[in-house]
Write a protein that binds this ligand. Sequence first.
Ligand code: 5AD
Ligand code: SF4
Length: 435
Amino acid sequence: MTAPKKLFIKTYGCQMNVYDSERMAEALGGKGYVETKSADDADMILLNTCHIREKAAEKVYSELGRFKGLKAEKPDLKIGVAGCVAQAEGEEIMRRQPLVDLVVGPQSYHRLPEMEEKTQTGEKALDTDFPEEDKFEKLKRRPKAKRGPTAFLTVQEGCDKFCAFCVVPYTRGTEVSRPADRILTEARDLVERGVREITLLGQNVNAYHGGMTLAQLIWELDKVDGLERIRFTTSHPNDMQDDLIEAHGTCAKLMPYLHLPVQAGSDKILKRMNRSHTAESYLRVIERIRAARPDILISGDFIVGFPEETEEDFQATLDLIKEVKYGTAYSFKYSTRPGTPAAERPQVDPEEADDRLRRLQALLNQQQREVQDSMVGREVGVLFEKPGRFDGQMVGKSDYLHAVHVADCSKKAGDLARVRIVSSGTNSLAGELID
Ligand code: 5AD
Ligand code: SF4
C-alpha cells in the first residue's frame, strides 16, 4: 500500500471559506489525500483565500513567498490558491508567483480532483468558471466519519445587492440558493455523525429561496431529531421577512443571536454605499426582532472612512450603535477594492479613518463588555465543544455564542446543558452546571 498523500489547507476570510475548505479536503480525499496540520510535511498546499479587503488579499502573496524554500526542497510539492483571490486575480497569481501550480475559484472547486491530476503531469491548472452545475452535488459524498458538535452548512451563495464597497458579487457570483431537500439531506448526515448545532451560511442567507423561505427551512430543520441548535449568517436588513423574525420568538432551536450588518449610520453614506436601507429602517427591524425575542444578542459589521464620510456622518454611526447596543461587532476601515464603484471616489484621509476606527471600536468594545458582563447570574444553554486548558474543565458556547468554561465538568463534547454564569472574564464566561 502506498502512504497517503498529505494536504495542508490554510483558510482565510469568512465562515463560508471554512465550509469550502472542508469540502475541498473531501474532494481531494477521493484522490488519496489526508489532511495535515503542517505545511512542512504536505504534498499539496492549498490557500483558501479572501479578497474582501486589500490586506487580506496581500497576505496571500506574502504567504506564498514563504513556501519558496519548501518547494525548492520538495519539487513535487503542489501549491494551489483557492477562494476569492483566485477568482478575482486568476492567472495573474501564477504570473506574480510562478511557484503556484493550481488556481481554483469558489464555484469550481468540485473539479479539484481533475485539476490535481493535471498538476501531477507538471502542467498548471486554472479554473475560475461559474459553471451551471451544482458543485455540491458533484462533490464526493462525505466519508461517514464522526465529527465535532458544530458545523457550517452553505445554503445560499453570492449576492445581487452590489454594495458599492464590496467584491462579493464579483468573486462569489450572483445569488444562488441550494434546493431545500439537498440541504436537509446534508443536515441529517451531519447529525448522524455527531453534529448538534448547524450554522446555515450564505452571503445573503436571509434572501434564501430554494423552494421555501429561510424561516421555512429552519422549521424543517427543527424537525430533525438530534439537531439541537440552528443559527444563520449573514443577513441583509432588507431581507428580514416577517416569518423569520417571528421564528426567533417561536422556534426553540433557533438561537437568540443575529448578525445583522448595517455598515454605517448616516443615510447619506448608506445611499452612497447602495445599501438600499436607511438607519431608521434598520432600527425598526431591530425593534421588531427584539419584540419577537427580547433577549436576542445583536451583532453587526461597520465600515468607517467610506469615501466622502464626514465627521458628522461618522457621529451618526456612533449614534446608531448607542441605540442598538451590540453584543458583538466587526469593524473595518474602508479598503479600496479594484472594480467596485466606490474605488473611483474621493477617499477619506487615512489617518482620519484610523482615528474613527479607534473611536468606533472603543464604543463597541464597551458595549460588548457590558453585554457579556450582564450574563453573570443568568442561566443559559451551553453546547460543550472540547476540554479546556485545565484538568476537568470543558469549554462550549452559550445560546448567545459567548465562550463558556465550566470547571470539574461532568459533560463531554456534544453535550448540551443548562449552566449558571458565575463570572465574566476577558473573552469568555465561567459557569456552573445546573443539576
Ligand atoms: N472595506 C472594508 N470593509 C469591507 N467589508 C466588505 N467590503 C469591505 C471593504 N471594501 C466588510 C463589511 C462586510 C464584512 C464582511 O466586511 O462590513 O459586512
Ligand atoms: Fe472573503 Fe467575501 Fe470571499 Fe468570504 S466571500 S472569502 S469574506 S471575499
